[in-house]
Design a protein around this ligand. Structure first.
Ligand code: MTE
Ligand code: MO
Length: 309
């Protein structure tokens, strides 16, 4: 669908694209029959060594820009979702370096704008599901994590990919007020990290990612609960052994390492059968792997999916 080069993402016309025009353009693209309803492009479409996922979520209504940017989980600032946007507003986002290290042949230490500008920027409309029982549909822009990892050349020992979020003690005024330890840490198994749906997002609605959503760069893994998508990433480290992750460390029975969306496995506080789409009144059914079962179920063959891993 709407695959743009890094350069075209800087076109002024794209910068001024507002929400309504974004929606209209999407309708147009759909009418022209360019949007596949669901699924990956046929195998063989490769970007370097990374399979390219040209994925569209189908005919689902997008959440508004305002909804996406004013209902946020970002505990470094606050546990109050409505307060995060205001609190995160003044955090400095440049200069910013991104490190890729650990079990790699070619460690990287890159300026964030270099990273983003060198990548093929894609647009992905993904469902997003928080373990607390709410969900949204978000038009991200970003690039496939696989492309960046390939540049760093993972060694044969690399089995896990860990992510470390930024810490700014001056601006992140919520850090002392939760049981969570900071920096916020998350991790994926390497095959999950290399999966074509796994995105490093640098924008929503075609605009730069706002601070409250994890600027300048955050992970998006659409078949997992939201806590698996760390914001404001400064380090990506590859390991042979499974690294510790923030939520799993404080409550493994509530936050399994895998964190795959699964309506059949209840969280101790929240049944996961249904979800509230932000902006809607009626609850809807939660889908296995958040609706991405066809794309990702093969990653978990042989695992008992009734377990909260
Ligand atoms: N650094 C950091 N990343 C984070 C969190 C956080 O508190 N700190 N919260 C997670 C949780 S629980 C969710 S649901 C999503 C929320 O993303 P959003 O605010 O863009 O919707 O961010 C995830 N990433
Ligand atoms: Mo969440």
């Amino acid at each position: 669908m709407l695959i743009r080069s890094a350069d075209s993402s800087r076109l002024p016309e794209f910068e001024v694209t507002d929400e309504e025009r974004f929606r209209q353009r999407r309708q147009l693209v759909k009418a022209m029959g360019l949007l596949p309803v669901a699924g990956l492009l046929p195998a063989g479409l490769e970007a370097g060594n990374c399979a390219l996922a040209d994925f569209a979520a189908g005919d689902i209504e997008l959440n508004t820009y305002h909804e996406i940017t004013h209902y946020n989980n970002y505990y470094e600032f606050s546990t109050n979702k409505q307060a995060v946007a205001l609190l995160a507003r003044s955090m400095p986002l440049r200069p910013w370096t991104l490190e890729v290290s650990g079990e790699v042949e070619n460690p990287l230490l890159l300026d964030i704008d270099t990273v983003i500008n060198q990548q093929q920027i894609v647009e992905r409309i993904y469902r997003f599901r928080c373990v607390e029982g709410w969900s949204m549909v978000i038009p991200w822009s970003g690039f496939q994590l696989c492309n960046l990892l390939r540049r760093a050349k993972p060694t044969s020992r690399a089995k896990y990919v860990a992510f470390v979020s930024h810490v700014d003690r001056t601006h992140m005024i919520g850090m002392g007020r939760t049981a969570l330890e900071f920096p916020y840490r998350e991790a994926l198994r390497i095959d999950e990290a290399m999966h074509p749906l796994t995105l490093l997002a640098s924008g929503i609605y075609g605009k730069d990612l706002p601070p409250q959503n994890g600027a300048p760069l955050r992970l998006v893994v659409p078949w997992k609960y939201g806590f698996k998508s760390p914001k404001a990433i400064v380090k990506i480290v590859l390991y042979e052994q499974r690294p510790q992750t923030s939520w799993n460390k404080i409550s493994p029975s509530e936050y399994g390492f895998f964190g795959n969306v699964n309506p059949r496995v209840a969280h101790p506080r929240w049944s996961q059968r249904r979800e509230v789409r932000i902006g809607e009144l009626k609850k809807s059914r939660t889908l296995m792997f958040n609706g991405y079962e066809a794309q990702v179920a093969n990653l978990y063959q042989g695992m008992d999916l009734k377990q909260n891993y």
